[in-house]
Every structure is written in C-alpha cells, then in structure tokens.
Design a protein around this ligand. Structure first.
Ligand SMILES: Nc1ncnc2c1ncn2[C@@H]1O[C@H](COP(=O)(O)OP(=O)(O)OP(=O)(O)O)[C@@H](O)[C@H]1O
Ligand SMILES: [Mg+2]
Length: 267
C-alpha cells in the first residue's frame, strides 16, 4: 500500500483498530487520521475506553493497525521503535534494579560503552532531581520518584518521540504539579515531540501546544484546539478569561462524548 509522506514527525493515516474476543469484535479506533509536527506537545483527552492507549500502543509499535498506516519520520511503523519512549501510568520499573540500573537499562541494551552510559545516567538522574537515590530500589521510592525514574530512563535513551499515557494520574496533586513543571522544562530544553494522554483538562491546558479531543469509541478526532495560552502558564494565566474559555470548550466537547459513550454502553 502506498504511504503518503509529509514533513510531519508522525502521521496517522486512516487507522482502524479492532480487537476480536469471546464477546465479539470491538472497534477501538475507526479511520483515525492526524499529524503530529516535530517538536509539538500534543495532548489527547477523551472518554474512558475511547481508544487513547490503543493509539499510543500503535504509534510505539507495540501493536499494528487493522487498517491504515502510522508513519514516523516518513517510514511506516512496523514494530517496536527505539525512537519512541513510552511512559505509563504505572511506572514499569524493574523492581530488582536500582535507580541507576533502571536508567541505564536502554543504553545497556544498545551496547553503549560503560563510561558514556554512566555519564548519561548521572545527567538524567540529575535532571529529574534524584541525586543521592542512585542506589535505591523502586520499592523505597514514592510514586512521584518512581515516575521521575521512568522519565529519566526514557530521556537517557534520547528518543525522538515521547509517548506518555496518563503518567501523573496516580500521583497526589502537589507531586503532579512538580512533575508537570519539570516536564515542561525538559520539553523546552530538549524539544522532543510529545504525545501525552490525560483525563485532566487543566493538565492538558498547562502542558500542550495543541489538544485533541477524541470521540467516544470507536475513537476518532472530535475536536482540535490550538492552545495559544502564553508561557509560563502560571496562576495569572490560569485565571485568565482565555483559559476559562478554552477549558469550557474542551469540557463541553469531552462531556458530549462521555454522554455518547454511556449511551453506547447502556444500549
Ligand atoms: N488487547 C485488547 N483486547 C481486546 N480489547 C481491547 C484491548 N485493548 C483495548 N481494548 C478495548 O478497546 C477499547 C479502547 O481501549 P483503550 O485502552 O485504548 O481506551 P482508553 O481511551 O485508553 O481508556 P482509559 O481512558 O480508560 O485508559 C476498549 O473498549 C477496550 O476494552
Ligand atoms: Mg488508557
């Protein structure tokens, strides 16, 4: 099948994903198309079960579309791509490895020389503020610290694209805010292309350059919002009328889709 190349980092072209199980076939995504530009911070919001994780899994190459194509840097994604770093809601660290060993893992797999590996691990442990915890094991760390280890591990691999699936959902509000600010700083410094999933409209408005609202299952794009809020998105910005206006727009859009998904479930 011909693939259309473009100047985009990621191009999702007419993607449908169905799952077949005992209770029949579920169409998680249907004919979904969208592009993500290089260096963009895209946030996806949408009702539970609308196919957000499914979409990230396809971009990461963990799974393949039933129909359509996912293009990364002009090439179709056909398997797991080291260019994509995935960060999950549950931290997915190796419990038997220390912070240092967890951060080194991907670099070790790539057979990076020992000295370089140590230097990069130290650099990214420092960036996420975990100095002094290099020898600690995950069970000695708080949730927020574990998530910082997974962010450091991902960054150390130098992925072109970071895929984050509700990474801060399990954290308390204070820790969440600290990590959001840290992620913004990392994004501004390293300019990765980011796709970030959240259920929080405030988080979406704080982080994104663009927001996509997905429809109820089967997931497609319901609405696209360019987030033109100025940086830094401090308390003044969060109390501005533009913020309220954007929040309202997204809220209405998500709400409409949640209602539809409930009707689907009930019917
Ligand atoms: N491996 C699978 N096998 C069968 N069905 C699946 C599989 N993965 C996802 N689904 C179904 O596909 C639909 C979309 O799931 P997905 O996890 O992508 O939703 P989501 O938008 O990430 O939801 P949430 O916000 O709750 O995380 C759901 O109906 C789910 O049950
Ligand atoms: Mg999900």
């Amino acid at each position: 099948m011909d693939t259309v190349t473009s100047g985009n980092k990621i191009s999702i072209q007419g993607v449908t994903k169905t799952f077949s199980g005992k209770r029949g076939t579920v169409t998680a995504l249907k004919d979904l198309s969208m592009d993500v530009e290089d260096g963009e911070f895209l946030v996806i919001v949408g009702a539970s079960g609308c196919g957000k994780t499914t979409l990230l899994n396809l971009v990461a190459g963990f799974d393949t579309p039933t129909q359509g194509n996912i293009i990364l840097d002009g090439q179709p994604v056909t398997g797991i791509t080291p260019e994509c770093g995935m960060i999950f809601q549950q931290y997915a660290l190796f419990p038997w490895k220390t912070v240092q060993e967890n951060v080194e893992f991907g670099m070790k797999m790539k057979r990076m020389p020992h000295a370089e590996r140590l230097e990069r691990a130290a650099k990214f442990i420092d960036i996420v503020g975990l100095n002094g915890f290099e020898k600690s094991y995950p069970h000695h760390l708080s949730g927020g610290m574990k998530q910082r280890v997974s962010i450091a591990r991902s960054l150390a691999n130098n992925p072109k694209v970071m895929l984050l699936d509700e990474p801060f959902a399990a954290l308390d509000a204070m820790t969440r805010q600290v990590l959001q600010e840290q992620l913004v700083r990392i994004y501004e410094k390293h300019r990765k292309t980011i796709i970030f999933i959240t259920h929080s409209i405030d988080e979406a408005l704080l982080l994104s350059s663009r927001i996509m609202v997905m429809t109820a299952r089967p997931g497609r794009i319901a609405q696209e919002i360019i987030n033109d809020l100025p940086h830094p998105r401090n308390a003044d910005v969060q109390l501005s009328s533009r913020y309220m206006e954007l929040k309202r727009t997204i809220w209405d859009s998500v709400q409409a889709e949640v209602m539809k998904s409930m009707e689907v479930e009930a019917g």
